[in-house]
Write a protein of this length. Structure first.
Length: 327
C-alpha cells in the first residue's frame, strides 16, 4: 500500500497505537510531533518525522504537499490545561488550521480523534445510552474544546471527514489512568463521594482498529467509541486488583475535600507550564453519573466489533506494565 498517512500526536499514548497499527496495515506513516517531544520509543520504526506549525495554515499546507499526504489522522491535543483559552487554541483552533490546510492540499480523508466528553454525560437512571445524536452538554472545558473542534471541521468542505468520540481509553503506555494502577498497587482504592455511576472504557488497540476501518471506508460520519459495556464505578478497580492479586483499602473522599486538594494542586502548579493531572475541572468528569454510550452506529457503518472488554483489556494492560517495569 502506497497511501501516506500523517498521524499527529504520534509520540503520545493513542498515537503510538495508531501508528504501529497503520504500519502493520501497510501504510506509509508520517509521524507528526513537537520538535521537543521524546520519541525514543519510536526509534527503529519505519517512520518519517515532521514538526507541524499549527499556528500557520500556509506552512501546514506546504508540509502536506511536500510530504504527499493522502490521509490525516489527527490525534494531537491536550487533556490538561490551565484555562479554556488554552484548550480551545490547541484542541479547536489548531484542528481548524489543519483541516483547512488539508482541504487545500488534496488530502482525501481526515479522521479526527475527538472525545465522548464533547457530548457530555447523562443521568444515572437514563434508560438509553449516549448516542451520537444526543444534544451536546459537555461538563468540562476540555469537552467544550473538542465540541468546538467538531463544529469547525463541519464547516470545512473536506472530501471525507470522520469524527471519532472515544470514551476513557486505556492500555499499554497510558499514563493518566495508570495513576490508579499505581495507587491500587499500594493498596489504596480512592473515590470521590459515594454517588452511583455508570462508566465506559475502550482499549487503545480497539480505537486503532476503528481508525483503520475509517481509512478503508469511503463514508463520512461521527461515531461514539467504547467496548459497548456499562460498568459501575467499582469495576475498574476490581479488575485491576484481580490482576494484581492484591487487596486495597477503599476510601471515599468527600467532594469538599477533593475540591480543596484540586485547588491546592492548581495553586502549586501556578507557575508551572503544565496543569496538574487532578484539578477542579477533572472532578466534574470523574464524578459524572453516566458515561455509558451506544456503539450501534460504528458497528453498523464501520463494522467495528471490540476485541477487548474491560476485564480482558485490564489483564493485558497490567501484564504490559509489569513486563516494562511500570509496576
Amino acid at each position: 500500500m502506497n497511501k501516506r498517512v500523517l498521524i499527529t500526536g504520534a509520540n503520545g499514548f493513542i498515537g503510538y497505537h495508531l501508528l504501529t497499527r497503520c504500519i502493520i496495515e501497510g501504510y506509509k506513516v508520517v509521524a507528526a510531533t513537537r520538535a521537543s517531544s521524546d520519541v525514543g520509543h519510536l526509534r527503529g520504526l519505519p517512520l518519517r518525522f515532521v514538526h507541524p506549525e499549527y499556528e500557520d495554515e500556509r506552512m501546514l499546507k506546504k508540509m502536506l504537499l511536500d510530504e504527499r499526504i493522502d490521509y490525516i489522522v489527527h490525534a494531537a491535543g491536550i487533556t490538561r490545561a490551565k484555562n479554556s483559552n488554552e484548550y480551545n487554541r490547541v484542541n479547536a483552533t489548531y484542528t481548524r488550521h489543519l483541516a483547512r490546510a488539508s482541504c487545500e492540499s488534496g488530502v482525501s480523508k481526515f479522521v479526527f480523534l475527538s472525545s465522548l466528553a464533547a457530548l457530555g454525560p447523562i443521568g444515572y437512571d437514563d434508560e438509553h445510552p449516549i448516542t451520537e445524536d444526543k444534544r451536546p452538554s459537555p461538563v468540562t472545558a476540555y469537552g467544550k474544546s473538542k465540541l468546538l473542534a467538531e463544529q469547525y471541521i463541519g464547516e470545512i468542505p473536506l472530501p471525507q471527514q470522520i469524527i471519532l468520540r472515544p470514551t476513557a481509553v486505556y492500555g499499554p503506555r497510558e499514563k493518566d489512568l495508570f495513576i490508579l494502577f499505581k495507587t491500587l498497587a499500594r493498596r489504596i482504592e480512592p473515590y470521590i463521594g459515594r454517588g452511583k455511576q455508570w462508566l465506559s472504557f475502550i482499549h487503545a488497540d480497539d480505537v486503532a482498529s476503528v481508525v483503520i476501518q475509517a481509512l478503508h471506508t469511503d463514508i463520512s460520519g461521527i461515531y461514539n467509541l467504547s467496548d459497548g459495556g456499562r460498568y459501575d464505578k467499582y469495576e475498574l478497580s476490581a479488575s485491576i486488583k484481580r490482576e494484581l492479586g492484591s487487596k486495597a483499602l477503599r476510601i471515599h473522599f468527600p467532594m469538599s475535600i477533593a475540591r480543596i486538594i484540586a485547588a491546592a494542586l492548581e495553586q502549586l502548579y501556578k507557575n508551572n507550564d503544565k496543569a496538574p493531572t487532578f484539578n477542579r475541572e477533572k472532578i466534574a468528569e470523574l464524578t459524572a453519573q453516566n458515561w455509558h454510550c451506544s456503539i450501534d452506529r460504528v458497528r453498523t457503518q464501520l463494522g467495528f466489533e471490540p476485541k477487548y472488554n474491560l476485564y480482558s483489556g485490564i489483564v493485558e494492560t497490567v501484564q504490559w506494565y509489569k513486563k516494562n517495569n511500570w509496576l
